[in-house]
Design a protein around this ligand. Structure first.
Ligand code: NOJ
Length: 522
């Protein structure tokens, strides 16, 4: 396990929308380089950059046309290498986004694979054996290629699924995982990884990591075996490199070789993560919101704890779980949470075990905007708008004319900006900085130190407070509007080291006023 993860805090950058330095209306590598000091000063020491490779951008770059070529709109491979170097000089690690499950339909592998006359890439993707064959249980496309077969897609229509084989092939066209062509797919992906690791990146966030093997792989043993092989390569050749999975099932992902797995609100889950901040269904009017961090919503923290603790206990000695403030696929938390509610949510995220991820702009409470879809974003587009640096033209994102921007900036007169919040000690940005400083100064609040839930102890529904121990610290958060007191067994003295709102520990009683957060050294 690379030691640097113990104190890692990631910042996720959607490169389209971070900073445009050449006036073309879209973010670029140079823009990220210019803001490395800002990121460092914020308290983040690692980056995850969404796919920045050559792509037709029908899915925000998750449709890769050439894995080894930087997307020209962001710069060149040399610019990206310079970004690695500049980041490393500031003690910042950089993860790229690896998309191993599918390519763009414009990738040369797929073009070769779809020819009528077989080529060496014939089995690089999953093809049936007839132009009218329906692939049961799998999304597939027919009628598009000169090859007389249908092919499996992994996500959108433009994303043909790469072929890692079937754990239990049921039809002649389903190759077993140990078929040389399926092994060749994995090896090709390993070559992509070596290419960027040799160029200086520090690892990968892995897209849809749990779905490489198709068909019956319910326990994911097939997919896990591929990742274990890849992890063995990293351990042998790049021991400092890190793999973070978009799997959202840490028990499976970490046992499958990942260092970190995200805890997300995938629909397959029972909704543990969603219950914290996003339990408003499709209607965010407030009345139906039962999120734990929504004041007055009386959400039940057990919805999160039951799911999280089960995964945490099973993985804590082998890898980390990542809680995120959001990402490019989720609606920003500021959609429903006000700045005070956000501050409490961040207090929780940044004092929990595992490796936290902050989505760009969440540090200032950037809003979710209602926008038409762009590059396959659909409802996600509103969470991908340009970073809001300062008052004035395009909020400091770009010098381009407003109608040339990748996406419109937030035009509301009170749109939050970095510049305004930097001046304000009470701002969300200042809170994030203080929380991350506290985390960096205290190993007990970092990734590895143990978590023990102090309250609630019984299983009856609880809207808080949530009180937990991390090493020699006690952390308590009360997102509810009403004050609450709980007993801390055996407590005699505690020194407050950080607080939001009003809270105190007197003797063995912890009193939390409504909407408060506190950290005490024991
Ligand atoms: C998950 C990515 O985060 C998302 O943005 C993308 O659309 C799909 N995977 C397909 O690659």
């Amino acid at each position: 396990m690379p030691a640097w993860l113990e104190d890692a805090v990631f910042y996720e950058i959607y490169p389209q929308s971070f900073l445009d330095t050449n006036g073309d209306g879209i973010g670029d590598f140079q823009g990220i380089i210019q803001k490395l000091n800002y990121i460092k000063n914020l308290g983040c020491n690692a980056l995850w950059i969404n796919p920045c490779f050559d792509s037709p951008f029908k899915d925000g770059g998750y449709d890769v046309r050439d894995y080894q070529k930087a997307a020209p709109r962001y710069g060149t491979n040399d610019d990206l290498k310079r970004l690695f170097t500049e980041a490393h000089q500031r003690g910042i690690r950089v993860l790229l986004d690896l998309v191993p499950g599918h390519t763009s339909e414009e990738h040369s592998w797929f073009i070769e694979s779809s020819k009528a006359k077989p080529t060496e890439y014939r089995n690089r993707f999953i093809w049936t054996d007839h132009c009218f064959k329906r692939a049961e249980g799998l999304g597939f496309i027919g009628g598009e290629t000169e090859r007389e077969a249908t092919y499996i897609i992994n996500f959108f229509k433009c994303q043909p699924a790469l072929n890692y084989g079937f754990l239990k092939p049921k039809e002649a066209w389903q190759l077993p995982m140990d078929h040389p062509d399926c092994i060749a797919t994995r090896e090709a992906m390993q070559e992509v990884m070596r290419f960027w690791l040799d160029a200086g990146c520090d690892g990968f966030r892995v897209d849809m990591a749990g779905s490489l093997v198709k068909g019956d792989d319910a326990d994911k043993s097939g997919t896990q075996s591929i990742w274990r092989t890849i992890r063995a390569m990293l351990d042998a050749e790049y021991p400092e490199a890190v793999l973070v999975s978009e799997w959202s099932f840490p028990k499976q992902a970490i046992n499958g070789g990942f260092h970190i797995d995200f805890f997300l609100d995938f629909t397959e889950n029972q909704g543990g993560y969603r219950s914290l901040f996003r339990n408003y269904g499709t209607n965010a009017t407030g009345s139906s919101d039962t999120s734990f961090f929504k004041a007055g919503a009386k959400g039940n923290i057990h919805a999160f704890l039951d799911e999280y603790l089960d995964q945490y206990e099973a993985t804590k000695d082998k890898g980390y779980i990542s809680l995120v403030t959001g990402n490019h696929d989720t609606i920003r938390l500021a959609y429903t949470l006000n700045p005070q509610e956000l501050a409490l949510a961040y207090g929780f995220i940044f004092t929990m075990p595992g490796v936290p991820f902050l989505y760009y702009g969440d540090e200032i409470g950037m809003r979710y905007l209602s926008l038409p879809t762009k590059e396959g974003g659909y409802f996600r587009t509103g969470s991908r708008t340009p970073m809001q640096w300062k008052a004035g033209k395009n909020l400091g994102f770009s010098d381009a004319a407003a109608d040339k921007l990748y996406l419109a900036v937030d035009l509301s007169p009170d749109a939050p900006t970095v510049e305004a919040q930097e001046q304000d000690p009470g701002s969300l940005l200042s809170t994030v900085k203080a929380l991350l400083k506290l985390r960096h100064e205290n190993p007990d609040l970092q990734s590895r130190a143990n978590l023990e839930i102090i309250y609630p102890q019984d299983k009856s529904p609880s809207s808080g407070p949530l009180v937990y121990r991390r090493g020699n610290f006690l952390v308590a958060v009360n997102p509810d509007l009403t004050a609450k007191s709980i007993l801390i067994p055996g407590k005699v003295s505690a020194k407050e080291v950080y607080s939001i709102g009003q809270s105190c520990i007197n003797g063995d009683t912890c009193r939390m006023e409504g909407q408060s957060f506190g950290v005490w050294a024991l």
